[in-house]
Design a protein. Structure first.
Length: 247
């Protein structure tokens, strides 16, 4: 299975984002689609998720979410087996437990405690960022998040993420003038190109987290490697997965 390894910068944390190749799904979901809500053949999604499970240490199945661009955060170890809660961030402090979010343009953020005592993944689209999903996640993890480190997986880049003036206004109202630098005028009248990762980095900085690494990959630009809802409409989903490695 082809993946982009996460550079979280914390020993004992295993994390990555999948690429779209080497799965079983047919067009327009070809081929390693993990989304069970996009219209793909459920059996093929299961096969793809089995491929992912078998690639993980201990062959553990990831804990999945039903994502709605909100701010709810769940502890993976509090879920019953097979439970799929409505949430947009998930964390655990249990070694050997895998957690996951799905994306196809939104920004996956892996957060890790400096002592590898917890790990979290955030599904951060613009609505979730504006509503405070990063803040909610850091409020949920155990103890202090001082010294935590972050990795941003592939997401739609400022080269491709055109938004309306109302999106810019939402961020300015919520976070102030600091986010102005994350918007530049687009060719379309009244539209802006938005830097999703830049906004997330600003929020983390204001929360005291400056150790952030970035894949630097745009999902909309790389059709061969990534699903992109903005580019294709009906499409599959990548997975970003993280776990604390067992001792």
């Amino acid at each position: 299975m082809n993946v982009i390894q996460a550079d979280v910068g914390v020993a004992g944390i295993h994390a990555f984002t999948t690429l779209r190749a080497k799965g079983t799904s047919d067009a327009p979901f070809q081929s390693l689609n993990f989304g069970d809500h996009v219209g793909d053949d459920p059996q093929k999604v299961k096969f793809n998720r089995d491929i992912l499970r078998d690639s993980l240490p201990g062959n553990v199945p990831p804990r999945w979410l039903q994502q709605i661009h909100g701010v709810d955060v769940v502890a993976a170890h509090s879920l019953a087996e097979g439970e799929v809660p409505v949430a947009d961030a998930i964390w655990t402090d249990r070694p050997g437990m895998a957690i996951a979010v799905m994306t196809a343009d939104c920004l996956p953020i892996v957060l890790a405690g400096i002592h590898s005592d917890w790990v979290a993944i955030v599904h951060a689209g613009w609505r979730g960022l504006a509503a405070g999903v990063i803040e909610a996640t850091l409020a949920a993890v155990p103890g202090s998040f001082e010294g935590a480190q972050a990795w941003f997986g592939p997401a739609i880049g400022p080269c491709c993420f055109e938004v309306g003036a109302e999106v810019r206004a939402t961020f300015l109202e919520r976070f102030g003038a600091t986010v102005t630098e994350c918007f530049s005028s687009a060719d379309s009248s009244g539209k802006y190109l938005a830097d999703l990762a830049g906004m997330a980095a600003l929020r983390l900085h204001e929360l005291g987290i400056d150790k952030v690494s970035h894949s630097g990959r745009c999902t909309a630009c790389e059709a061969q490697n990534f699903f992109s809802h903005r580019r294709d409409g009906i499409t599959g989903r990548m997975a970003t997965v993280a776990m604390i490695l067992p001792q």
